[in-house]
Design a protein around this ligand. Structure first.
Ligand SMILES: Cc1ncc(COP(=O)(O)O)c(C=O)c1O
Ligand SMILES: [Zn+2]
Length: 572
């Protein structure tokens, strides 16, 4: 009898527990289930949402959302295991709207679109968000601490609050009329009047109009066409340079940039089973997209010099032994501006010879006995920067101006797709340091889904994305969210950055557009390179890595889907 009563009580308790858990899971959006000491989110977080822990089933409360929160969740999970209560209830908070708006600055149109999407009215749409991409830049705002920097500021490379003890800051662009606290000193163009000093280039004709009037797309310089949308241009205008002088300066310094080809690849489309569109950057200046990022830094420097805002030329500095270094050397040479390239001792001599041939000073960096952990080339670069060298690099936290010119590739892709009447469903972009994907997303706007790709042997962004879903405003907890990848390896050696420096912007563009980080198997990276080569592109494994991401998600693509990749660097 006693045994029966005990059994009934046990069954009742189990039933009650199960019912409570089911009700909680149904009432809230998801639950964190404990398996051993691991915390697993039982329902996949909806893209762009953060998870806030509000209570534990044992009555414990996790502290307010913070990254101390991730650790708290883990502690809570362990105690839940100990107490044999295995569910922690979580609720989700919209991340794309309130939290993200603190980090990004879409235009009014972009904001309304996001609001409509957040409210369930309308979709993210497919058309490129014209309002967003036609914005004029008003200034800079740190995505971490919120510090603002006026557009008229000379050398706005880093957040004013970044220092050796707290380098975790990054300035992002703010479009005019969007962000309170970032007011342009002078309305670009206002000091001259619209009629006597009209904006040429992008302020005049669009790419579609140029093509309609018979211009060859391959003759158009994107830095002229989109000039007035660029931050360096707004800087020069705010300091009194005329629009005509901005255009002349553009032609003098980057007059050889051209809109790069965009086409549907028959071979790749057949192979993937969807429409694969390719933007081919392999013929761009210095053989990759990297020169676009550096061009806006150089234009800013030259404008400051011509405006009499700088008195001397400190050396440029970069830590790279790949495409970025070649692009830096190619551009620096144009102005005969001294450049130090900090490289590892194991760098291939042919690259060193090439850099020296372009006039760069190659600094081979041995590890010193007293060096802290990390890449010695990066350590020497930072020392040079701290001693006054100009960071001439494609890493947003080191030089925010690299996030300016890189957007030209996104604008081009959007315009070229529109000209051939294609609604892009998604773009899949390879990520190393992350500036490329950030700029592609900024250029395309939130209407085109942007997925990022990393190799399975180096995927710090995907790992950080998982951590970021667990906290409120992950940017505040940078070193906890973006942790260096141990022993990166892949044949795609241009995307082996152990940290994704521009992770905040990358997550923003993914969250806003409904994209996700994709981790490609090494076999897909190898196959993508073979396929791209067979399709006629003289591209490196890194340059074809976006296609590897498409291979990874191929089963999820619909047959009529239009997916774009960028063959971003030439095979050397
Ligand atoms: C050819 C090529 N594609 C893509 C990338 C990735 O760009 P990012 O480092 O800005 O993410 C690189 C970086 O070196 C590259 O060389
Ligand atoms: Zn800051």
């Amino acid at each position: 009898m006693v045994v029966v009563v005990v059994l009934v009580v046990v069954v009742l308790v189990v039933v009650v527990v199960v019912v409570v858990v089911v009700v909680l899971v149904v009432l809230v959006d998801g639950a964190i289930v404990v398996e051993g000491a691991e915390v697993v989110v039982s329902a996949t977080p909806v893209v762009g949402e953060a998870i806030e822990v509000t209570s534990g089933s044992d009555g414990a409360r996790a502290p307010a959302p913070s990254l101390a929160g991730i650790d708290a969740v883990q502690a809570l999970a362990s105690s839940a295991v100990a107490a044999a209560t295995a569910v922690i209830v979580v609720t989700r908070r919209a991340y794309t709207t309130a939290d993200r708006s603190a980090l990004v600055a879409p235009t009014g149109g972009g904001r309304q679109r996001l609001r409509r999407v957040a409210e369930g009215r309308g979709t993210t749409g497919r058309a490129v968000d014209r309002a967003r991409i036609e914005g004029v830049i008003a200034g800079w705002r740190c995505a971490v601490c919120g510090a603002t920097v006026d557009i008229a500021t000379v050398a706005p490379w880093r957040c004013p609050r970044a220092d050796a003890d707290d380098p975790y800051h990054v300035l992002h662009l703010v479009e005019q009329g969007v962000e309170p606290g970032v007011e342009p000193d002078v309305e670009p163009g206002a000091e001259h009047g619209a009629d006597d000093d009209p904006e040429p280039g992008g302020g005049g004709s669009t790419l579609a109009e140029l093509v309609a009037s018979g211009s060859d797309i391959g003759d158009v310089d994107p830095f002229v066409l989109y000039g007035p949308r660029l931050a360096w241009w707004a800087f020069a205008r705010a300091n009194g340079m005329t629009a005509a002088a901005c255009e002349t300066l553009t032609s003098d310094v980057v007059g050889d940039f051209r809109i790069t080809p965009f086409e549907r690849s028959e071979l790749l489309s057949n192979e993937i089973g969807a429409n694969v569109w390719v933007k081919d950057e392999t013929g761009n200046v210095a053989g990759s997209h990297k020169a676009r990022h550096l061009a806006s830094i150089l234009l800013h420097l030259r404008a400051a010099e011509l405006l009499g805002l700088t008195a001397h030329r400190p050396p440029l500095a970069i830590a790279s032994c790949g495409n970025a270094a070649l692009a830096a050397a190619t551009l620096a040479r144009r102005l005969e501006w001294p450049l130090d390239v900090y490289v590892p001792t194991w760098m291939d001599d042919t690259v060193g010879d090439r850099l020296e041939g372009l006039g760069a000073r190659v600094q081979r960096c041995e590890r010193r006995p007293d060096d802290p952990p990390g890449d010695p080339a990066m350590l020497r670069f930072r020392e040079a920067r701290d001693a006054g060298a100009i960071p001439f690099t494609v890493q947003g936290p080191e030089n925010a101006l690299c996030l300016d010119g890189g957007r030209t590739i996104g604008w081009e892709l959007a315009d070229q797709a529109a000209i051939v009447g294609v609604d892009l469903d998604r773009v899949v972009i390879q990520v190393g340091g992350g500036a490329f994907a950030a700029c592609m997303g900024a250029g395309l706007g939130p209407g085109v889904r942007l997925d990022t790709v990393q190799a399975e042997g180096c995927a710090p962004l995907a790992a950080a994305w998982e951590r970021a879903t667990m906290v409120d405003r992950p940017a505040r907890y940078w070193p906890h969210v973006m942790r260096p990848w141990h022993a990166p390896h892949s044949v795609a050696d241009g995307i082996l950055d152990d940290e994704t420096y521009d992770w905040i912007a990358d997550m923003d563009v993914m969250a806003e557009s409904g994209g996700v980080p994709v981790v490609a198997a090494e076999s897909d990276i190898v196959r993508a390179h073979e396929l791209a080569t067979a399709a006629g592109y003289r591209v490196s494994p890194t340059g074809a890595a976006g296609l590897a991401g498409v291979l990874t998600v191929a089963d999820d693509l619909r047959a009529h889907e239009n997916v774009a990749v960028v063959m971003s660097g030439v095979a050397r």
